[in-house]
Design a protein. Structure first.
Length: 637
């Protein structure tokens, strides 16, 4: 059906690389040897040498891996071409030898030779780059980038021959390449897998790739054989290309806009029993057919499809085992029940308790929709599709997707049916309690009709590194909160002149975090209150060193010493400390206000006013600042 259709072709980017290094090295080596032959033995010997090495080199290349070594016209033509290249390069060598021996130099011919020698490879690579650009531009303007996911119920055992989006007028099609059917694993094989692999194969996606769809695609061509139904479908459906939202591709940024092309949102293609098709994206349903008419195929083709499908399995590659699987699936009713669940909205809400910190949910539901939700939003009764997978994401200094809860939605639906007696209007509540904050102790309870049951058909996958990062961040947050609380309590005690009790709080802060810079600012103030400025000067280097790593605390420390020097009228030393405070935290207006006051005391009104205006811009307000501004820097009171 699509034999004469063209599709997207990835062009190979052109590089000036190692593939050219070898022939260039051979030509240069031959030219170097020829120079010696021309100089010592004359032009005849040099020409013979070039012909001989051309013969030997091309003989090796032409006859490598061939049993027949008879001389052919193609071989002689190749030797002649290589000899011509070598002799052309040797013209420059010959010109050099003539100049060295006779002093004669034909400038015009030598320049012409140089131009030809270098222009040919430059023109060659320019041609390659130009061809690459035109090909890439053609592909980018003729084809749309589309992420595509194809799914079907794994128990339908489908053998898909072809799926393509086509533009019939341009005879162009997409580049979907389908491999053999995915392996259908037996229960014993699944039980041997770890939980992540097992769940992957139970909900596996048949196809998930970035495809290139021709602009203006007007048809969707599909053909497949459903082993369980024993039906072959070969259909052509109108495709509403005009409904797609198309936007410019933003990446990669180092590629020009025209070569990046355009893209649209991901398409999801679901194939159901009876030839049902559902094609949709996040915005709308593009194609929704409950059934299609099967196509008659010969018994030979049918058996070929069954054999090809069977051979893609391990346990079920045995014909008898495969037939038993088919009978088991046909009598189970699982396909019909899963299809019902995928299309059924149920009124439910979810309460989650026992989690620490600020978390949100990444939800995958049975309709294959994916969405993010705040935990509080899930506590509201609402018609929703049942959850299939719930990811818990902790908001820390970045997003920690540390836990995934995988739910057997079929078992969940069956449990709901029992509690509600099959009444679809009864609201259901899911209570998820992480007892003691540990995922291992999860209690999953379903509540409806004043009845509840403990639900156990779920698995948890934890990313250990992400969980550890989250735990570390929570510990840091707890410590930070504790430090801030103690710091506030200590300053309350300072204001009440209870310095010894304040020192105890300060010591507690340092025990929690010895690197907390503001604890040392508190300590230096307590030292001043209790022992005076001399004791502070004696330990200045210690306090500066302890706050060196924390600019805000270091700025406070320099400001503190600036105030101490100011009280003793040591204005130059005070000025230096305030400047250091500003350098470490230029946004804090009080430091520039203190600097302005010192300039007033040093009788420098110009700089005092400049500093005061900066302090005002930083948002600082005080009577001292107002006095400096009103007096134009001549007074501070």
């Amino acid at each position: 059906m699509t034999k004469n259709y063209s599709s997207y072709k990835k062009t190979k980017e052109v590089y000036f690389g190692g593939d050219l290094a070898f022939p260039v090295a051979v030509v240069l080596l031959a030219a170097l040897i020829t120079y010696g032959l021309f100089y010592f033995f004359g032009i005849t010997v040099g020409i013979i040498f070039n012909v001989v090495i051309s013969w030997c080199l091309y003989f090796f290349i032409y006859y490598f891996g061939k049993s027949n070594t008879g001389i052919t016209f193609d071989f002689l033509l190749g030797v002649a071409c290589i000899s011509g290249v070598l002799l052309f390069v040797d013209y420059g060598v010959y010109t050099l030898v003539v100049y060295q021996k006779t002093g004669m130099f034909n400038k015009f011919y030598f320049q012409l030779w140089l131009c030809v020698l270098f222009s040919i490879p430059i023109a060659y690579y320019a041609f390659l780059h130009g061809s690459y650009y035109l090909a890439e531009r053609s592909m980018a303007t003729e084809y749309l980038r589309v992420p595509l996911k194809i799914r079907h119920d794994r128990e339908l055992l489908m053998y898909i021959d072809n799926i393509q989006f086509v533009n019939t007028s341009r005879r162009a099609m997409s580049d979907i390449k389908l491999e053999k059917p995915n392996c259908f694993y037996s229960e014993s094989e699944l039980n041997k897998m770890d939980s992540s692999n097992r769940n992957y194969y139970l909900v596996e996606i048949i196809y998930s790739e970035m495809i290139h769809m021709p602009f203006g695609a007007d048809s969707l061509l599909m053909s497949w054989y459903s082993v369980i139904e024993d039906k072959y479908y070969d259909i052509e459906l109108p495709f509403p290309f005009e409904k797609l939202t198309i936007e410019q591709e933003k990446y990669p940024t180092n590629v020009s806009k025209v070569l990046r092309g355009k893209k649209t949102k991901r398409l999801n293609l679901h194939i159901h029993a009876n030839g049902g098709i559902r094609l949709f994206n996040d915005d709308m349903v593009l194609i929704d057919l409950e059934e299609n008419i099967p196509t008659v195929i010969s018994e030979e083709v049918r058996n070929e499809k069954i054999d090809l499908h069977r051979q893609s399995h391990d346990h079920y590659s045995n014909p008898k085992a495969f037939l038993n699987l088919i009978e088991k699936i046909k009598t189970s009713g699982g396909i019909e029940e899963r299809f019902l669940i995928q299309n059924k909205l149920i009124p439910w809400r979810m309460n989650i308790s026992g989690l620490r910190g600020n978390n949100y949910l990444d939800v995958d539901d049975v309709s294959f929709s994916e969405y993010k939700s705040e935990i509080a939003e899930m506590e509201i009764d609402k018609l929703r599709f049942l959850p299939k997978q719930i990811g818990i994401v902790y908001r820390g200094n970045y997003l920690y997707d540390w836990l995934t809860l995988i739910i057997n939605s079929q078992k969940l639906f069956q449990s709901i049916q029992k509690l509600t007696d099959g009444n679809d209007e009864v609201a259901v509540r899911f209570d998820l309690n992480f007892e003691n904050g540990d995922e291992k102790d999860l209690q999953f309870r379903i509540i409806a009709n004043d009845k509840s049951i403990l639900f156990g058909d779920w698995e948890i996958q934890v990313k250990k590194d992400r969980k550890q990062d989250m735990v570390d961040h929570l510990l840091d947050s707890d410590e930070d909160q504790q430090k801030r609380s103690l710091y506030k309590e200590a300053w309350d005690l300072v204001f009440d002149k209870q310095y010894d009790q304040a020192q105890e709080k300060c010591d507690m802060i340092k025990a929690i975090d010895p690197r907390y810079g503001f604890a040392y600012f508190l300590e230096v103030r307590l030292l001043w209150y209790k022992e005076g400025s001399k004791a502070c000067y004696a330990k200045k280097d210690y306090f500066i060193a302890k706050t060196q790593h924390e600019p805000a605390a270091l700025a406070h420390m320099h400001n503190n010493y600036g105030c101490l020097y100011d009280q003793e009228s040591r204005y130059e030393e005070s000025l230096a400390e305030f400047e250091k405070a500003i350098a470490n935290n230029p946004k804090e207006g009080i430091y520039t206000c203190n600097l302005a006051e010192i300039y007033c005391k040093l009788n420098n009104p110009k700089k005092a006013l400049e500093a005061a205006e900066k302090s005002k811009k930083a948002g600082h307000q005080s009577t001292t600042l107002n006095a400096i501004l009103e007096s134009k820097g001549t007074r501070y009171v």
